[in-house]
Design a protein around this ligand. Structure first.
Ligand code: AVI
Length: 346
């Protein structure tokens, strides 16, 4: 594990932030994705139906496209969760009191500012522990936050959620709150979700908090529009996974020969994203010594995005000892924000 201090060309700025920023790399970024050297890709592309792990969405271009998705008129999720946070952040701060804010998949930390503002207004100390696979993203967003919040301390962890939750430092404030917002929980299947919630539970002490944002079930046309936007940004995000594989594993996917396909599976309550082959074609991934044949219309399943029922998710959290203390939604019940407290470790 390596710890590094950020680079800055301004010496006075550097001194002030050096004391307030620590970034630990739990794993080199290249290893994060290639610990199994692409065996997940080989496995996914040699089974039927074909699949690819959603983590391959997030190279630099994919992360940029995801930021653009969050701004789309059809993609109501980010806007709606932001509004809920704006309305209730001061209540969250009042409930938790002095509290370290741990954020899983912090990305650009935009929504974090709403929480930091609320804690600052109540005169509470600001300790922020962002966790993300991208050390570059952690550094740039931390530097921007540190410039805007003079009393903020940042202890960033670059690594997977699993590693970071297991490695988290003993806390310096009375309480801790793990935040998992943006409905990223929906990208985990039920088994992965169960494992993830156990990891959250293991990282918390009794009395500590878990703040969860989830997208709720709603009419199909609203959901399908959110994943089939008019500007084609979601399509570009989906297709970019193939470009990422081309770069990472010396592949020759021709993205013009695949189409984005997203629909709402009402039985499973999930959006499913696929890439559909437009013709018969064979693709090579040289580094993986893999040739993959596609029939016309054959698909690769790239993502699920589960949509939750507020009562059921509360029950599930309770069975993990994570007891919802407050549940907030927007006026149209599109999105839910749950503040849970760990009540038993058993
Ligand atoms: C990151 N995650 C919550 C997004 C979602 O809505 O499931 C990823 C995404 N996929 C397509 N659009 C956005």
């Amino acid at each position: 594990m390596t710890v590094f201090k950020p680079a800055s060309s301004n010496p006075s700025f550097q001194n002030s932030i050096e004391d307030r920023l620590q970034i630990k790399r739990l794993l080199e970024p290249t290893l994060i994705i290639s610990t199994n050297a692409g065996s997940d890709v080989v496995k996914g592309l040699t089974q039927r139906p074909k699949t690819l792990p959603p983590r391959y969405f997030y190279d630099d271009r994919g992360s940029e496209l995801f930021e653009q998705i969050c701004e789309l008129p059809e993609y109501y999720l980010t806007r709606t969760e932001t509004k809920i946070l704006q309305s209730y952040a001061s209540e969250i701060a009042a409930i938790t009191g002095a509290c370290e804010i741990v954020e899983l998949g912090s990305g650009s930390s935009t929504k974090t500012r709403i929480l930091l503002d609320a804690y600052q207004k109540q005169g509470l100390p600001l300790h922020y522990l962002p966790i993300d696979v991208s050390a570059g993203m952690l550094e740039s967003s931390a530097l921007s936050l540190l410039a805007d919040y003079p009393s903020l301390q940042v202890y960033a962890l670059a690594g997977t959620y699993e590693l970071a939750l297991a490695e988290i430092e003993p806390k310096q404030l009375p309480n801790r709150m793990i935040c998992f917002i943006g409905s990223t929980l929906g990208n985990l299947n039920p088994q992965e979700c169960d494992v993830f919630l156990s990891q959250v539970k293991a990282a918390l002490q009794v009395g500590e908090y878990f703040l969860l944002g989830v997208d709720l079930q709603k009419p199909k046309h609203i959901l399908e529009a959110a994943y089939n936007d008019n500007q084609g940004v979601t399509a570009a995000f989906n297709l970019n996974m193939l470009e990422h594989l081309n770069w990472r594993y010396e592949g020759n996917f021709d993205t013009s020969q695949f189409a984005h396909w997203a629909f709402y599976n009402e039985l499973e309550h999930q959006i499913e994203m696929h890439l559909k082959s437009k013709r018969s074609q064979t693709v090579e991934l040289r580094t993986l010594k893999l040739n993959v044949h596609f029939e016309p219309g054959e698909t690769i399943h790239t993502e699920i995005s589960r949509k939750f029922d507020l009562n059921r998710i509360q029950q599930e959290l309770k069975t993990k000892g994570l007891v919802p203390q407050k549940v907030w939604t927007d006026e149209n019940q599109m999105f839910g924000l749950l503040l849970c407290q760990l009540q038993d470790k058993g």
